[in-house]
Design a protein around this ligand. Structure first.
Ligand code: PSU
Ligand code: MN
Length: 342
């Protein structure tokens, strides 16, 4: 008897069943440290598409109430496509996968009881945040780590962390990049903000074996507010079908690989984006002058806030537009990916 897959069983369906087994195992491992919403649990246990969403953007990336409105709008967009949104955050030391409306309202309001002193939780912060019963927003790295343990395959965000400018001295390289190197999952983003060193960010991704692909007609790796960073992605997927096929292949290879999909900001925002880009350059210069570029995990939130001040809200508006666009595309792909697994 050979070892080949039985002809009646498609590779995808075998893996889908394994996915449900993984969910049971993961629940046992997390135990009472995790609360999974009914919506997410139902979707995972019936192999329906799920999209993970981060929450550091809620607690640290956007001001109130735009953070709340954006978080809700992303969930609405994702649900409207038949996909379950799994926003992940820590509340009083428990990991919540799928937030209630009241969770979102409290987490987004910096003056609410639970989110006073909310922490930014990357992979290294997860254990201490559970042990010390913290409330906080999980970064791309923190969210991927949790989501992957439950068998969630698709993640949507605005921008990923990357190699900071001057990292040749500071060694400030976001844990997001290393997470992408070890956590098999598809991540949809609008590239990386040019507060970062984008060529070096792409180098680190390559070193780690992360597949980077641009979405649409253009192979430029996007730079968040603008459709091109001046760098090319090594790969390109033209539409949702092509993206789903790439992700399915990546996730069903013997050693599972991460896939980073760069979705350019829609072209109607390109002019506004170029203007914001100039403020990004100024914010970076100021951070170097003030020595903030050496402030560890405070660097990204400081730069985001400063760009917001300099652009009078224009950057924030674009930020919302591009994340919503990522959610629409990510959800279309998640639906097609779930079909491939059937
Ligand atoms: N980039 C943005 N907005 C954000 C972030 C990055 O344009 O809100 C957040 C994300 O949660 C990301 C984190 O995972 O910052 C990266 O932080 P650091 O560079 O400290 O790893
Ligand atoms: Mn950092």
């Amino acid at each position: 008897r050979g070892l080949s897959v039985h002809p009646h069983q498609r590779l995808g369906s075998i893996i889908a069943r394994k996915g449900i087994h993984d969910l049971v195992t993961a629940k046992r491992l997390w135990g009472n440290r995790m609360v999974i919403s009914e919506e997410v649990h139902h979707a995972l246990s019936t192999s329906q598409p799920v999209i993970a969403l981060e929450s550091a953007i809620i607690t640290h990336g956007m001001p109130h109430p735009t953070n709340l409105n954006t978080a809700s709008s992303l969930e609405t967009i994702i649900r409207s496509k038949g996909v379950a949104p799994a926003t992940i955050a820590l509340i009083n030391g428990k990991i919540h996968v799928g937030l209630t409306e009241s969770d979102l309202i409290q987490l987004s309001d910096p003056d609410s009881m639970i989110s006073k002193g909310a922490v930014k939780i990357s992979r290294r912060d997860l254990g201490p945040s559970i042990a010390m019963k913290k409330t906080g927003g999980t970064t791309v790295a923190g969210t991927m780590y949790i989501a992957e343990s439950l068998g969630i395959k698709v993640f949507v965000t605005g921008g990923i962390g990357g190699v900071h400018r001057g990292a040749e001295n500071s060694m400030d390289i976001s844990a997001d990049l290393l997470e992408l190197g070890r956590t098999p999952m598809a991540v949809f983003c609008a590239g990386a903000k040019s507060i970062l060193d984008i060529p070096r960010t792409l180098e680190v991704l390559e070193t780690q074996g992360v597949c980077v692909a641009s979405y649409g007609d253009n192979q430029d790796f996007p730079a968040f507010y603008t459709p091109s960073s001046g760098c090319q992605s090594p790969w390109r997927v033209g539409d949702a079908d092509a993206a789903a096929r790439l992700i399915y292949t990546q996730l069903t290879l013997p050693s599972k690989l991460a896939t980073l999909i760069g979705v350019p900001i829609p072209s109607e925002y390109a002019d506004a984006g170029l203007e914001v880009q100039r403020s990004v350059e100024q914010a970076v210069r100021e951070s170097v002058e003030k020595g903030i570029d050496k402030a560890g995990k405070e660097v990204t939130p400081w730069l985001l806030k400063r760009v917001g001040e300099l652009t009078g809200g224009k950057a924030l508006g674009l930020n919302v537009n591009l994340i919503e666009n990522n959610a629409r595309i990510g959800a279309d792909v998640a639906v097609k990916l779930a079909e491939l697994y059937r």
